[in-house]
Design a protein around this ligand. Structure first.
Ligand code: PEP
Length: 255
């Protein structure tokens, strides 16, 4: 099954989030084959969005979580709090948090551990910047982020882990990666995870970075690409609807 994740970032408030969530449900209505759809609204919108997606197949993801269960951590939100709101997934280590808020691999590691312990499915975001890519270090950077992000965390066979390959130069720039390059990186990540993770948990690898209604099929038709993580185009209903339809088309092609 293909996965479509919408990262709404800080682009919409509660009212717009509710309207978007309703639109996503409409976009899925009447479809025989359904992709996995996960929407990540801002924290303030969860209670209202939850009412809209209840009894639908649409799942909710957090854009971030903290690494402790509870305590004196002003402004932070724990995986447990998210889980109580019906959230199933959590983006962790998004490049905007790494670059703007100095989030380190060590912090990412602690967040993944706590999210997993609370039953959330972590979506670990990795990817190189333009300079690293130009220097031919993209694979090394991604390997290091995987190792450091996952070190010491025990996965069981029934656990799930998503990794989103999001080259930083492609995020919000309108310049998506070439699908062949994404495929190469995805198979590198898959191979690497086999070495890092014991017990063979289930793994999905998503591509993110300037995905839109026009280019999404060129990624989703690739068997190596389990899904997409979409930022800007996920808050535009027409675009997101096209992305969902392309996921359905790709799933039909798999049959
Ligand atoms: C993102 O922020 O995760 C992202 C992929 O953004 P965009 O789709 O806008 O490039």
């Amino acid at each position: 099954m293909k996965t479509v994740v919408g990262n709404w970032k800080m682009k919409v408030g509660t009212r717009e989030s509710v309207a978007l969530a309703r639109g996503v449900i409409m976009a899925l209505r009447g479809k025989k084959i359904l992709p996995e759809v996960i929407i990540c609204p801002p924290f303030v919108a969860f209670s209202e969005v939850r009412k809209v997606v209840a009894r639908s197949r649409v799942q909710m993801g957090a854009q971030d979580v903290f690494w402790e269960e509870e305590g004196s951590f002003t402004g932070e939100i724990s995986p447990r709090m998210m889980s109580e709101l019906g959230v199933t997934h959590a983006l962790i280590g998004h490049s905007e948090r790494r670059s703007l808020l100095n989030e380190t691999d060590e912090m990412v590691n602690k967040k993944i551990r706590e999210a997993k312990d609370e039953g959330l499915i972590p979506i670990l975001c990795v990817g190189e910047n333009q300079e690293q890519r130009a220097a031919g270090k993209d694979f090394d950077i991604v390997a290091a982020q995987l190792h450091q992000g996952l070190t010491g965390i025990r996965f069981r066979p029934k656990d799930q882990l998503y990794v989103a390959y999001e080259p930083i130069w492609a995020i919000g720039t309108g310049e998506a990666a070439h699908p062949a390059d994404a495929v190469e990186m995805h198979s590198f990540i898959r191979k690497h995870l086999k070495e890092i993770l014991k017990n063979n948990p289930s793994v999905k690898i998503l591509y993110g970075g300037s995905v839109d209604g026009e280019n999404v099929y060129s990624f989703l038709r690739e068997p190596e690409v389990d899904g997409v993580l979409v930022g800007g185009a996920s808050v535009k209903l027409a675009q997101f609807g096209q992305i969902i339809n392309s996921a359905i088309e790709a799933m039909e092609g798999e049959k």
